[in-house]
Ligand binder design. Structure first.
Ligand SMILES: O=C[C@H](O)COP(=O)(O)O
Length: 252
């Protein structure tokens, strides 16, 4: 049996002023030695302050995006090396909001994942179908193509996490059925095993994202190929996120 440690990852998106720093303290105070990995991805403006606060706790920090280059004339961008320097251990790449808002295609996402690896960060690579894709029965084709195009050829399982996030489930309160989540996660693991081999396929972690809450986390994280969640709205308040961390911890 593969022993993959569950992960509860919070993506704060474009939310969080300095006052949100207290959420980290609250979360830490309420987490008695979680048996899962706990990751918070705040806006870049809060990263170094949160990394300082998180020192010595079970909470790790991540970025929400990075540029593919190490440095240079790219106004407004942040490199993976800068995120690592600020205390991040991971970075989300290819989130559907980046793909939609910034026109990021699979090649761009792959370059960003390569940059993450270059900087020693775990790349959390997001894939997921739109509502139209699902209605048209294209979910597995779309997700398969995103996986093929977005994951670097030299990816290693320890430094790579795939987040399956159906676009239509993000922030909507709607989730796929447990059977649908199971089908897509099984498909993702099989696709990765075909490309990278059994060891990679067994070890790589697959997160589900899209309207995960304390109330549905356990039933989703119990699915065989689901290794935790990438959580948006319900990660903003420590009191909400704690229930999700607890579910991941119990099932680890
Ligand atoms: O990265 C997180 C996802 O986009 C999920 O967001 P949500 O939990 O608010 O639906």
């Amino acid at each position: 049996m593969p022993t993959r440690r569950k992960m509860a990852a919070g993506n704060w998106k474009m939310n969080g002023l300095a006052e949100a720093l207290s959420e980290l303290d609250t979360l830490d105070a309420t987490l008695p030695r979680p048996r899962c990995d706990v990751l918070l991805c705040p806006p870049a403006t809060l990263l170094s302050s949160m990394a300082a606060l998180a020192k010595g706790t079970a909470i790790k920090l991540g970025g929400q995006d990075c540029h593919w280059q190490e440095k240079g004339a790219h106004t407004g961008d942040i490199s993976a090396e800068m995120l690592a320097d600020a205390g991040a251990v991971a970075v989300i790449v290819g989130h559907s909001e980046r793909r939609a808002d910034h026109g990021e295609d699979d090649a761009t996402v792959r370059a960003k994942a390569e940059a993450a690896h270059r900087a020693g960060l775990t790349a959390i690579i997001c894939v997921g179908e739109t509502g139209d894709d699902r209605d048209a029965g294209r979910t597995l084709d779309v997700v398969g193509a995103q996986l093929d195009g977005s994951i670097p050829d030299n990816a290693d399982a320890a430094g790579t996490i795939i987040a399956y996030e159906p676009v239509w489930a993000i922030g909507t309160g709607r989730t796929p059925t447990l059977g649908d989540i199971e089908e897509v996660h099984r498909f993702i693991r099989a696709r990765l095993t075909d490309r990278f081999g059994d060891a990679f396929g067994d070890a790589v972690r697959l997160l589900y994202g899209g309207s995960v809450k304390a109330g549905n986390a356990a039933e989703i994280f119990e699915i065989a190929d689901v290794d935790g969640g990438l959580v948006g709205g319900a990660s903003l308040k420590a009191s909400d996120f704690k229930g999700i961390v607890d579910a991941a911890s119990r099932l680890s």
